[in-house]
Design a binder for this molecule. Structure first.
Ligand code: GLC
Length: 652
């Protein structure tokens, strides 16, 4: 029996008991049972930051009153690009489209900017001229670390690195920059921020989480929302901002064994205190959309959880934007399919995200309203919410996407201001975990051998959700405005008369003063990144072999570790003199050299500022995180008494 059904069942039993008067045993049992299950008082009670605005609501009412059922259902469906063309959009009153991680105009990778913008303009015209009331189109995209689908855009560090900066104002600026570059390519809605509070690093989406500490996510959430959307009463949803999405509601980062889209089996208190921590501040900051999670809570799929979506999120927490389903997420609800899911709509999901069977979904949903499976009031509520967001975003009066500020302007993509912001974020995200005998920072005029697969690969240093869903298939040529970690080191060292040589597999002829080894995880996204061990050398043993080989030559080795999560790398650390957690820094790899290399005059250029926002494992077992090697907040500094590796076991 599903959670919300139990809730309703026992609620009914209580009612019966009360009516019967003598049903004390039933009532008592039911009462206890219900208390075990859910209690809405566990959730924060929020006044919406938007007082009722009769002008907005009247405007929407007027439109709704002219809409046919078909037009209403069309607003409740978002279709992925490859499955809908111009003719479809002219014929069917679909209200939103998205490009998923692997889709883009023309359907091929690395679609040029001009094609993105011209399609957005074309869709704008079609929607403007098709039958029925004009309701502007939403185009959503996963700009989760910059406008990461477009060549030349600034790719910021992924959230796990931003969490390590402990700098919410910086993250807000990144939101502003991201919105600016998303508008260039013609979109008006981003499926970000992820507010997951990842608890198990086996999860392939750990890097999309800012922290395992809800207090950190709570501080960052409002800032990234204000960066993307603007600030209520100041520049909220101006023509330089985009609609944001808090995702994935709720408990996505708490599934058993970190299985992506799995079951989060915890009590309600933990769900609220840990996994929902970012939603209250995000709602108070005015986030306009929230995406339902694929995951389940105690066996009930979030996409069908009426209690959490309708009663808690929209009722108790006062969320008055709209809830969008995840990509075919409704199809995972028992009894549903991609083309039919009244359960999700009845639970409070306002817009279903769907791929190829969108026409079936459209016609099935219309039928389900006509036959009473879905009440018209629910449809009108969903449509009102969707139109409210479109109205607040000013879309009804917006010109063609190419005429928005910066629309179609390639000079804005990867502009110097945004790249230097990204480079600052890289610097502040780096966490120094080991610095034996203060081997770092490196004198600028040194002879440095740079080795490892991650040294000269902007695709690898950017991670998943970069140009493609899984990332990593693009090398440097797809990032014309980026710099690899190697290129950053070359620039810093050779400008001061030093010498940098590069050998992916560590070969050298002339003995260097230092070795910088850049290695780590090859990019992944979502379930493709789920693992069963945190032992990096078990996942990829090569770097450890290379470290051992270089160590045998008694060379001072600085390891720079690229990863979407903390992993058990004690063996690799033991064979390194210094060890830096670099996370997934994005296009501005030069930020690494900024910190690793001294100024030409020998002074420290930039000190480390990063501090762990996830405890670092001392075991290959994800379940052993209670005794971390390095705790939350750990991070060494140059300005620091000489560091002894108190925490690392000595080389065996
Ligand atoms: C994906 C992800 C979600 C993303 C959506 C659209 O499956 O779960 O985070 O926004 O689909 O790409």
């Amino acid at each position: 029996m599903r959670n919300n059904q139990k809730y309703n069942f026992f609620g009914f039993a209580i009612l019966l008991g009360l009516i019967a008067g003598s049903g004390s045993s039933v009532c008592l049992a039911a009462q206890t049972e219900t208390e075990d299950l859910t209690n809405i008082d566990n959730w924060p009670q929020i006044e919406s930051p938007f007082p009722h605005d009769s002008q907005t609501e009247d405007y929407i009412t007027k439109i709704i009153n002219t809409m046919s059922l078909k037009e209403k259902v069309g607003q409740m469906i978002i279709v992925e690009l490859p499955f809908i063309n111009a003719e479809d959009l002219a014929k069917f009153p679909i209200g939103a489209v998205l490009n998923g991680g692997d889709s883009s105009p023309g359907g091929y990778k690395n679609t040029p900017l001009a094609e993105w913008v011209s399609l957005a303009d074309k869709f704008h015209d079609i929607v403007k001229t098709r039958d029925g009331a004009y309701i502007p189109l939403l185009w959503g995209t996963d700009a989760v670390h910059g406008q990461n689908k477009i060549i030349g855009a600034t790719i910021f560090p992924h959230n796990i690195g931003l969490g390590a900066t402990h700098n919410p104002p910086l993250i807000r600026k990144i939101g502003v920059a991201t919105a600016q570059e998303v508008i260039v390519s013609g979109q008006n809605w981003v499926f970000a921020p992820t507010l997951a509070v990842a608890q198990n690093y086996s999860w392939g989406r750990t890097y999309e989480s800012y922290s395992s500490d809800p207090a950190i996510v709570e501080k960052i959430a409002p800032e990234i929302v204000k960066g993307l959307q603007g600030e209520i009463g100041v520049d909220f949803l101006s023509d330089r901002h985009v609609i944001a999405t808090a995702k994935h509601f709720v408990g996505d980062g708490g599934t058993t064994d970190g299985r992506d889209q799995g079951n989060t089996s915890i009590n309600e208190e933990t769900l609220v205190k840990t996994h929902a921590a970012g939603y209250e501040p995000a709602i108070q900051a005015g986030v306009q959309t929230i995406m339902a999670s694929y995951s389940s809570w105690n066996g009930v799929k979030m996409h069908e959880n009426h209690y959490l979506i309708a009663d808690v999120l929209k009722g108790r927490m006062g969320f008055d934007g709209f809830v969008v389903g995840d990509w075919n997420g409704h199809a995972q609800v028992p009894g549903c399919s991609k083309s039919s899911c009244p359960q999700a709509i009845n639970a409070g999901v306002d817009m279903l995200m769907v791929t190829e069977p969108w026409k079936e979904l459209y016609f099935n949903t219309i039928k389900q309203v006509e036959n009473g499976e879905i009440h018209l009031e629910r449809v009108d509520d969903a449509v009102r919410r969707i139109l409210r967001v479109k109205y607040r975003a000013g879309l009804f009066n917006q010109p063609h996407p190419s005429l928005r500020p910066g629309g179609g302007d390639p000079s804005i993509l990867g502009n110097m201001a945004n790249r230097s912001l990204a480079r600052q974020a890289v610097r502040q995200s780096l966490v120094l975990l080991k610095n034996q005998d203060d081997v770092l920072p490196i004198p600028a005029n040194s002879r440095v051998l740079v080795v490892g697969k991650g040294a000269n690969d902007i695709g690898m240093q950017s991670g998943g959700w970069t140009l493609t869903w899984q990332g990593g298939i693009d090398r440097n040529e797809s990032f014309p405005k980026g710099e690899s970690i190697l290129q950053g080191l070359q620039r810093a060292i050779e400008a001061s008369g030093g010498k940098v040589s590069f050998s992916e597999n560590g070969d050298f002829t002339e003995r260097p003063d230092y070795v910088v080894m850049v290695f780590g995880e090859t990019p992944y996204a979502e379930m493709k990144g789920d693992i069963n061990t945190l032992s990096f050398s078990q996942l990829n043993g090569q770097p450890l072999e290379l470290l051992k080989k270089l160590k045998s030559a008694s060379l001072p080795i600085i390891s720079v570790f690229l990863s979407g999560r903390p992993l058990w790398v004690t063996p690799e650390m033991i064979h390194s003199d210094a060890f830096v957690a670099a996370w997934l820094p994005g296009t501005e790899g030069a930020g690494v050299a900024d910190v690793l290399v001294r100024k030409p005059n020998g002074e420290i250029n930039f000190d480390f500022e990063g501090r762990l926002s996830f405890p670092w494992p001392d075991s290959p077992e994800a379940s052993e995180l209670s005794k971390p090697l390095f705790p939350l907040d750990y991070g060494l500094r140059y300005q620091h008494e000489p560091t002894a590796d108190k925490r690392l076991p000595k080389e065996n």
